[in-house]
Design a protein. Structure first.
Length: 168
């Protein structure tokens, strides 16, 4: 039976290992820039910038995690939950661990009055896409995700005519 618990700062090394394994799976092994000390410090903040759940398989071993945070829908006028990462160790897949993590996260969303739970999945990750569809999730094909990061983010910020403390 899968058990799920909230992560604590003491879980930072485990969370980092899951993140690194997820990056390997997503074909981005060199993309992880965080470290255990950062994760530990962030989980100790009040409130932390994210929450994390750790799943343990029936043998008690850590088998996966879900890392999430609140977002906000202006149209709904309500907080939602964004699932940033869901990962189950390859050798532990097919045992219901991912489903158990999503069920717990759905229950948290409902308990907190969040009308939606959202996440992104790589378009080549057919096993994950099929899994999510089987749970009743729908793909938002009409939306395209954009991201500013690193130099592009810095360049846009530097080009701003607004200085700190001024309003638009």
């Amino acid at each position: 039976m899968t058990t799920i618990r909230d992560a604590t700062p003491a879980d930072s090394e485990l969370i980092l290992r899951f993140i690194e394994q997820l990056a390997d799976y997503e074909k981005e092994p060199d993309a992880v820039e965080t470290d255990a000390a950062t994760i530990r410090a962030q989980l100790a903040e009040s409130p932390p910038p994210f929450q994390c759940m750790i799943a343990h398989d029936d043998d008690g071993e850590a088998a996966g995690f879900a890392l999430f945070f609140h977002n906000y829908s202006t149209w709904r006028g309500a907080r939602g939950i964004h699932l940033e990462d869901l990962f189950v160790l390859p050798e532990r897949r097919g045992r219901g661990i991912g489903k158990a993590l999503l069920q717990r996260l759905a229950a948290i969303a409902v308990d907190r009055g969040c009308p939606r739970l959202e996440w992104a999945v790589l378009d080549w990750n057919k096993p994950a896409i099929d899994f999510y569809i089987a749970l009743g999730a729908e793909a938002l094909d009409e939306w395209t995700t954009f991201r500013l990061h690193d130099e592009a983010l810095e360049r846009l910020a530097a080009d701003s005519q607004l200085k700190s403390g001024q309003s638009a």
